[in-house]
Design a protein around this ligand. Structure first.
Ligand SMILES: O=C(O)CCC(=O)C(=O)O
Ligand SMILES: [Fe+2]
Length: 262
């Protein structure tokens, strides 16, 4: 079973993504976002750039190891496959794939290349993750349906700050093709002057969001063509290229039917 939902974002320019990626129809049945999304404190394009650190900021439950990279050959193969099969028409910037665990063909629904990716991520992340988090993300016997969300960003594009839908859990994301800076802010501080946290995600790195980082913080990516990165005592401006992100998450029971919002 392969179920695929595409979102068409209109013209390929910086004002794209009306359905989800920018103006964000938060009440769409297929919205990525938690319905009660708080207002964003994160400045849009043109605002001052805060430098992002190379290490994960202190956010409870966020796991990010900048030196842990998906092998280049696999990264290139996945990027090429996704661009060819899913992003082959103008205006498509987001794809959702669903895989259901079944007795006969475990993980059926996701293309083999994404299963290979999951297997590789499991091995790579194992030494860095607490065993219970690793077991949650990569169980031997999956009990839930898995969703993969593929987002394609051209330089100057981003995703509005959001909390992922609450009926998803076990979130792990991968950056391919380009780095970007992801911003986090506490849900209960979004209306204050508290600065959001910035984290630089180089290409081929993975980010894991269990616990507070996923439920009590919003995350987003500013619409920028460059990012400012703090590297020891110096700052670097890093140009963004075309970035493909792949985010896996589990669906709670009853959530594995597209178009139904419980
Ligand atoms: O592009 C990314 O890394 C983030 C994507 C995201 O936040 C999402 O799919 O919910
Ligand atoms: Fe998200």
């Amino acid at each position: 079973m392969l179920e695929q939902v595409e979102f068409h974002g209109g013209e390929l320019d910086s004002a794209m993504y009306p359905p989800l990626r920018d103006s964000g129809d938060k009440h769409s049945p297929n919205s990525l976002f938690h319905e009660d999304l708080p207002a964003s404190p994160i400045p849009s394009e043109g605002g001052d750039m805060e430098p992002a650190g190379l290490c994960a900021p202190p956010i409870p439950g966020l796991f990010f190891v900048p030196s842990l990279l998906l092998p280049l050959e696999l990264a290139d193969k996945i990027t090429e496959f996704c661009l060819k099969h899913y992003f082959n028409r103008p205006g498509v910037n987001q794809i959702m794939l669903f895989g259901a665990a079944s007795d006969s063909t475990p993980w059926s629904g996701l293309p083999p290349i994404l299963l290979e990716l999951l297997a590789s991520m499991s091995v790579l992340l194992q030494p860095s993750l607490p065993p219970e988090i690793h077991a949650l993300l990569f169980p031997r016997t999956p009990a839930h349906a898995r969703q993969a969300i593929l987002n394609l960003y051209h330089p100057g594009e981003g995703i509005i700050p959001h909390v992922d839908l609450l009926k998803r859990f076990g979130i792990v994301g991968l950056s391919l093709g380009s780095s970007c800076v992801m911003q986090f802010a506490r849900v209960d501080e979004v209306d204050s002057t508290v600065c959001p946290k910035h984290i630089f995600l180089p290409e081929r790195t993975m980010i894991v969001l269990p616990g507070d980082a996923r439920y009590a913080w919003i995350h987003g990516i500013e619409k920028r063509t460059t990012d400012l990165v703090a590297d020891a005592d110096t700052f670097r401006i890093v140009e963004r290229g075309v970035r493909l992100s792949i985010t896996f998450r589990w669906l709670l029971p009853s959530e594995d039917v597209v178009g139904l919002e419980a």
